[in-house]
Write a protein that binds this ligand. Structure first.
Ligand code: ZN
Length: 206
């Protein structure tokens, strides 16, 4: 059943070494990615492919609706490793329009465990309810909520003690908020890049 995938894998590995014979040998010894991607698990948002980066160039963490919850041990461990061990220079929080997680979060029906995971999005929706209620239709409202969710997660990363420790030690680290469009493949920067405490104060007031 999976023969096609294994076949693809062999072709891919062969192509990589044809272009660059040392490609895998180099990766075995170390990874030195400058970027850490926090994105949605959605199959239509393949992290490396969207920004055309090779293996070894971007550290990736994906979950439903690209959340950075302050109490999630999985996310926190990945963030700590990315910032303190790999010393990435950029954290990219990447949401996408048409996110099923964001839509599910504000539906009134019961979805089980996923409703618990998505509760931070309901908080964002509540915080911005006046702006969201004023949207022309549901698609526009959900797209805006995708953006607001990304901005909230940038704030989470920027207020995390792991990030603070990096800044205090003089380590260069910027956190960016992006939203990807499945319709045209393009990323939009949300203009909330935080590189230090001054940026954070100006953008988030904290
Ligand atoms: Zn999604």
């Amino acid at each position: 059943m999976l023969d096609e995938l294994l076949d693809n894998n062999r072709k891919w590995a062969r192509q990589k070494t044809e272009i660059d014979p040392q490609f895998f040998t180099r990766l075995v010894n170390q990874q030195t990615p400058e970027y850490f991607w926090i994105g949605c698990a959605d199959s239509r948002v393949p992290a490396n492919e969207i920004v055309n980066l090779d293996p070894g160039e971007m550290f990736v963490h994906r979950n439903v609706a690209n959340l950075a919850p302050q109490q999630d041990a999985n996310y926190l461990s990945v963030l700590q490793y990315a910032v303190h061990v790999l010393k990435v220079k950029h954290v990219l929080v990447v949401g996408h329009y048409g996110c099923g997680g964001v839509r599910t979060a504000i539906e009134s029906t019961d979805h089980g465990l996923i409703d618990h995971w998505l509760s931070p999005i309901r908080e964002v929706a509540h915080e911005h309810r006046h702006e969201l209620e004023a949207c022309e239709d549901d698609t526009i409202m959900l797209d805006r909520l995708c953006e607001l969710n990304v901005i909230a997660q940038v704030r989470n990363v920027a207020t995390n003690p792991i990030t603070l420790a990096a800044w205090r030690s003089g380590q260069p680290l910027s956190i960016h908020g992006w939203v990807y469009s499945i319709r045209n493949g393009l990323v939009t920067d949300q203009g909330v890049t935080v590189s230090n405490l001054q940026d954070r104060l100006e953008i988030f007031g904290v």
